[in-house]
Design a protein around this ligand. Structure first.
Ligand SMILES: Cc1cc2nc3c(=O)[nH]c(=O)nc-3n(C[C@H](O)[C@H](O)[C@H](O)COP(=O)(O)OP(=O)(O)OC[C@H]3O[C@@H](n4cnc5c(N)ncnc54)[C@H](O)[C@@H]3O)c2cc1C
Length: 389
């Protein structure tokens, strides 16, 4: 019997387990496969680095700037000026550092366990069932936290939300490739597309890079991810940074993430909370979700600690998960980004093309574009007028 059973030891589940065990609670952390490399760009925000001294110790170069291309290849390059930065990591390494941190704090990690259903008593969820190499296993807990990502079976079995429709997702394909290149280690390279989506090249040290593309929303139905990935690799504006003819693909894979923001109405139920991708904690348009997965894991852990102390695991008591100011801020921010999709992508990315074209000549406009991308500042009427002129 555990205080909390967590399904999924990705960034959200591991962070949640660590906070709970550090507070003295008994946690089972269930993981399908610790050797699985989650398909991801691996851009990790500095707030996550700050939480993990194990990551800081790796001294990975800080990403301080962005080189951005519109769909018609106008270019905008800028460096951030604040304290915030990102680093690029191989997800296999990142996830195992986070898992180890949870285990070192006292969480019990059960690898090669695939959770597939709940255990019930008097219609109450009292644990989860998994398939393991040695047969079906049962893990009992006062609280269950679903952290097993966008393909979570438990999220659907719980009844709190239905399966995502394909148009509610983003579909991505990416690779880690090795070979000398012309990338500046302090920059990420982003290519907007005429369809809903973008491509990226993220440097992983001097000799490797993570490269990928994704589509989202209705354009998942109009484009084939494997075809646009091949197209991206052959694009001359991409090739100028990776000019060699021989590169070694270390790994490549495709995967999805929820693209419409946090599922406000489906985050919790009696004895149950959804965190990370399972609850929709991925930023619309950019697809960043590691930082928000970690925040949702931390806040769910704090909510669980209070519920365990009060021995009240009811939906009413777990509501403070959703009303927490950090979660409310994420929900607000994602709604804003979601509302900007039309503005960015209407008429095959016309506004984005014009934005980057104007910022090549007009320094004041350029600053507004930078503020829009770095701080999510809403464009002024004057700004929109210039684009429409
Ligand atoms: C192509 C792509 C590129 C991305 N790029 C970035 C980026 O550069 N930066 C960024 O911040 N975000 C990025 N994201 C989003 C980011 O990957 C996720 O938001 C983040 O990993 C969410 O963490 P999580 O812990 O909620 O879920 P996950 O990372 O998906 O972890 C879920 C865990 O649960 C395990 N699991 C799954 N099913 C079961 C089961 N049935 N039983 C037990 N365990 C199970 C999995 O093995 C995994 O370890 C990208 C996503 C995609 C698809």
């Amino acid at each position: 019997m555990y205080d909390v059973v967590i399904s999924g030891a990705g960034p959200s589940g591991s962070q949640c387990a660590e906070v709970l065990t550090k507070a003295g609670f008994k946690v089972a952390l269930i993981e399908k496969d610790t050797n699985w490399r989650k398909p991801c760009g691996g851009a990790v925000h500095s707030s996550v680095v700050d939480l993990y001294p194990q990551i800081k110790k790796l001294n990975i170069p800080k990403i301080l700037g962005v080189v951005m291309y519109s769909a018609d290849y106008h270019k905008l390059e800028f460096k951030g000026e604040g304290d915030e930065y990102s680093i690029i990591m191989d997800r296999l390494e990142l996830d195992n550092i986070m898992r180890d941190a949870a285990v070192n704090a006292g969480a019990e990690l059960f690898d090669k366990n695939i959770s597939f259903d709940f255990l019930f008593k008097n219609q109450k969820k009292i644990g989860i069932k998994t398939k393991s190499p040695t047969g079906i296993k049962e893990y009992y807990g006062n609280l269950i936290i679903v952290a097993d990502g966008m393909s979570s079976k438990l999220a659907i079995r719980s009844g709190v939300r239905p399966k995502w429709k394909i148009t509610q997702l983003a579909i991505g394909k990416c690779a880690i490739i090795e070979g000398s290149n012309q990338l500046d280690e302090e920059f990420v390279y982003v290519y907007f597309k005429p369809y809903l989506g973008y491509g990226w090249i993220f440097p992983l040290g001097k000799k490797r890079f993570n490269i990928g593309v994704f589509t989202f929303g209705k354009d998942n139905l109009n484009y084939n991810i494997h075809e646009i990935y091949q197209e991206f690799l052959g694009n001359p504006n991409v090739n100028k940074y990776i000019p060699n003819s021989t590169y070694k693909t270390i790994w490549s894979s495709s995967y999805s993430f929820p693209a419409e923001g946090v599922l406000e109405k489906s985050l919790f139920a009696d004895n149950l909370m959804l965190i990370g991708d399972a609850g929709g904690f991925v930023s619309p348009i950019s697809g960043e979700g590691i930082q928000t997965a970690v925040i949702s894991g931390k806040i769910a852990a704090e909510t669980a600690i209070k519920a365990l102390q009060e021995e009240d695991y009811s939906k009413t008591n777990l509501k403070t998960y959703k009303t927490n100011p950090e979660i409310k801020k994420i929900i607000r921010n994602f709604k804003l980004k979601y509302s900007m999709i039309n503005f960015f992508y209407e008429n095959n990315g016309k506004n984005l093309n014009k934005m980057l074209q104007l910022s090549e000549k007009d320094p004041v406009f350029r600053e507004q574009v930078v503020n829009l991308f770095t701080y999510g500042e809403m464009p002024s009427k004057d700004f929109i007028q210039k684009i429409n002129d």
